[in-house]
Design a binder for this molecule. Structure first.
Ligand SMILES: Cc1cc2nc3c(=O)[nH]c(=O)nc-3n(C[C@H](O)[C@H](O)[C@H](O)COP(=O)(O)O)c2cc1C
Length: 270
């Protein structure tokens, strides 16, 4: 397959990883340099990075369901400073452009993250994970067009790098949110993130997951992803990254046929 241009990034093909589902540093530690030499993805998307370190949710963090899983990992990460010191140099060795996924609970926090990575030559693009409540309003940034526009108005001037907005599937009207992101300067959109779900501990009325609820992913969400991707592709002109339940080539092709430029692979249920 010949290469392509995605928001100015030269990519070898159309398949990338979904944030948080492939730890390239751990994979290299476990399997050696062949991970780098035969790197499967056209770009590498990091797990979400926040300003401060996060422990994540208490265990248990995973529950398998028919066609996928529910995770309540809770976005554990080292935080901006330690990620930049220890992970970024290792990720910069990958033979693919690096997309750093960031999240914050205020516009200012997201702005600090965007500004920090804007200054790094080893970062090709930023993905904004907007599945997080704005502590100032209580609304998820990605659940409401005005909320998302306000976030982008704040962060867009802080970088010339491509900004990919990762939409939440838990929005009332995802196409309206997508249009707002495009109008406020997003260079690309990615969807879907996980869908809120829960499991009860066997034989009990208590939630199984330490976080109470979690995010559903895998083949179980594929039809939802396709519908949301289809709706967003018809609503905006910026390129779209299709995510959700891709297990095989035909699943990826469905997302491309729906109008996406790229496809991201996450949960694999075998
Ligand atoms: C274990 C796990 C961790 C995830 N971590 C992140 C994350 O850090 N940031 C993010 O934006 N999405 C995260 N996601 C969501 C995925 O990137 C993807 O949007 C979602 O899982 C749907 O794709 P899939 O069905 O191919 O897994 C995570 C998903 C899983 C299953």
């Amino acid at each position: 397959m010949s290469g392509l241009d995605f928001c100015g990034l030269a990519l070898a093909h159309r398949v990338i990883n979904a944030s948080g589902t492939f730890d390239a540093i751990a994979a290299r530690r476990a399997f050696g340099d062949q991970v780098v030499e035969r790197f499967p993805f056209a770009a590498y998307v990091t797990k979400t990075v926040t300003l401060e370190p996060r422990q994540g949710n208490p265990p248990p963090r995973l529950w398998e369901i028919a066609g996928g899983l529910i995770n309540s990992i809770g976005l554990p990460n080292k935080g901006l400073r330690e990620f930049t010191r220890s992970d970024l140099p290792q990720l910069a060795e990958l033979p693919a452009p690096l997309i750093v996924n960031v999240m914050g609970s205020t516009r200012e926090h997201v702005g600090e993250l965007v500004a920090a990575f804007a200054a790094r030559e080893d970062v090709a693009a930023l993905e904004l994970n907007v599945s997080c409540p704005n502590v100032a309003t209580g609304l998820e940034f990605g659940s409401d067009p005005a909320e998302l526009a306000g976030l982008l108005d704040h962060v867009r001037p802080l970088t010339d790098k491509p900004l990919i907005v990762k939409l939440t599937p838990n929005a009332g009207d995802v196409a309206a949110v997508a249009r707002a992101a495009e109008a406020a300067g997003a260079n690309a959109l990615s969807l879907i993130n996980t869908i809120r779900g829960m499991a009860l501990a066997p034989g009990s009325s208590e939630p199984w997951l330490g976080g109470g609820t979690g995010g559903v992913s895998g083949p179980a969400v594929r039809a939802v992803a396709l519908a949301q991707v289809h709706s967003v592709c018809s609503a905006v002109g910026v390129p779209i990254i299709g995510i959700g339940g891709v297990q095989r080539g035909s699943d990826a092709l469905d997302l491309l046929h729906a109008g996406t430029e790229l496809v991201a692979v996450g949960t694999f249920s075998g």
